[in-house]
Design a protein around this ligand. Structure first.
Ligand code: ADP
Length: 449
């Protein structure tokens, strides 16, 4: 019979999510391009409008000038030979802002009458011997009342009726208006590129976070599987050896002195099983949020001494050498049993991960500022720097299953961290790398006063 492979809903959701991410990033890119293009078009549109205004203004000003030229020409036609009447006519014209002055001359060019401002070079010759001077500031005045700011360059003398007074080329958009438009358009581009880019990064960052979380959950899954294999093995080894001892005893073929040797071995197997069950149970216990420690103030050195004393036979059985240097009088609130479990786990590891000939461990307790620091140092296998952060994770073990010669469950340091953090402390590891030994330090806050 074959088992149907279970579909992974998270993986499926991730694929859907990635499709959405790709789609959103595509949409954002399109949006940025669209906005930049719109900005450019808008600027061009504004420039076109100003150009049209220029054309309109030029036309408007020329029409004003031309209408006075036409009226004056008509007057000259009807008042020919009556210079005094012409003077009256021109004097009336002076009220108009377009007209700056006039000059009437006889056939020999002698001035008969003149009025207004006549130093202007901006004039037209009317009839044969009169000149009508226009206000050269008039186009500028018109422009000022208009919303577009334009530069007007006075062209100077003008005496032709066919040529327009003000050419479109005389009116131009001032450079600062153009730079302003340019700036606005650039600001537009920067705004959309940065906003769009920011959102794009946000989407990608979100995708990365989700990817990492999934990766971690996969990792945890495989570590859990390894854990089950390791636990099964750990259970089986003492069980197998106990069964062997029991079978040997049951066969009745063993001498009574040898029988005596078997019982301590069986007891050690029982202890091993007991520790394992305890570890697994504790790991699930500490994982519950409402787990409470039974805290009591104590002299930490005394407790640590107790813990170590009870471990001396175990350490000796494993060829370990124990050195201790414990500063007395450091008052700390601890849960005696839990902290003992944490110290035992560190000592156990220090032995486990050191070769038989190098099982030397040093336990030190000293005060550092307002904390008590308890270190367990060994000269064993050491821990690569890349792994040092991770060894406190649940089920995490350094290396891969095949390279690990020492059996374990990956629960010990997880428990240590849970216990220490429940004491409002911290646990740290330092190691110069593989083969360089390790130092685990538990830092606990001291009772003040
Ligand atoms: P276990 O010992 O059951 O594997 P732990 O949580 O106690 O689990 O330790 C996690 C990992 O950290 C171990 O698998 C080992 O690789 C590494 N480690 C722990 N203590 C030491 C030590 N003293 N020296 C070297 N490596 C260690």
């Amino acid at each position: 019979m074959r088992f149907k492979k279970e579909k992974d809903p998270i993986r499926f959701a991730f694929i859907i999510f990635m499709v959405l991410v790709v789609f959103s990033v595509g949409q954002l890119t399109w949006w940025i391009i669209f906005q930049i293009d719109t900005g450019r078009k808008q600027k061009q549109y504004q420039l076109d409008i100003i150009d049209q205004e220029i054309a309109y203004l030029a036309h408007h000003i020329n029409r004003d000038f031309q209408s006075f030229v036409d009226i004056a020409s008509l007057a000259h036609g009807s008042l020919a030979g009556q210079p005094a009447e012409l003077k009256k006519f021109y004097d009336n014209l002076l009220d108009n802002p377009v007209v700056a002055g006039y000059r009437i001359m006889d056939a020999d060019g002698r001035i008969l009458y003149q009025g207004g401002v006549i130093d202007s070079t901006f004039y037209v010759v009317i009839g044969t011997n009169a000149r009508l001077f226009f206000d050269r500031a008039y186009p500028e005045k018109i422009i000022k009342t208009h919303k577009a700011e334009l530069d007007f360059k006075v062209a100077g003398f003008h005496d032709g009726r066919e040529i327009p007074w003000v050419a479109e080329s005389m009116l131009s958009i001032p450079p600062d208006v153009e730079t302003q438009l340019e700036k606005e358009s650039r600001r537009h581009i920067v705004m959309f590129v940065s906003e769009g880019g920011f959102f794009m990064l946000l989407v990608l960052f979100g995708a990365y976070l989700i990817y990492r979380t999934l990766q971690r959950s996969e990792d945890l899954k495989s570590r859990q599987q390894n854990f089950i294999q390791a636990v099964t093995h750990e259970f089986r080894t003492p069980l197998t050896s106990m069964r062997l001892y029991l079978e040997t005893l049951a066969s009745g073929k063993v001498s009574s002195e040898k029988t005596g040797d078997l019982f301590p071995k069986m007891l050690e197997d029982c202890d091993r099983l007991d520790r394992l069950v305890d570890n697994v149970l504790q790991a699930s216990l500490y994982n519950q949020d409402d787990y409470r420690l039974n805290l009591a103030e104590t002299d930490l050195a005394e407790d640590v001494n107790d813990y170590l004393n009870s471990m001396v036979p175990f350490i000796e059985r494993h060829n370990g050498e124990l050195y201790r240097e414990l500063e007395p009088g450091l008052r700390v609130k601890t849960d005696y049993q839990s902290l003992g479990r944490a110290v035992a786990a560190l000592v156990d590891n220090a032995l486990k991960y050191s070769p038989t000939e190098k099982r030397r461990l040093e336990v030190t307790l000293r005060k550092n500022a307002d904390r008590a620091e308890l270190s367990v140092a060994d000269i064993g296998a050491g821990i690569p720097s890349g792994e040092q952060d991770r060894i406190f994770e649940r089920f995490y073990r350094v290396g891969n299953e095949t390279t690990r010669s020492v059996k374990g469950t990956g629960l010990g340091l997880y428990l240590v961290r849970q216990i220490v953090e429940a004491h409002r402390g911290e646990v740290e590891v330092s190691s110069d790398g593989a083969g360089q030994g390790s130092v685990f330090t538990i830092k606990l806050p001291m009772v003040s006063g």
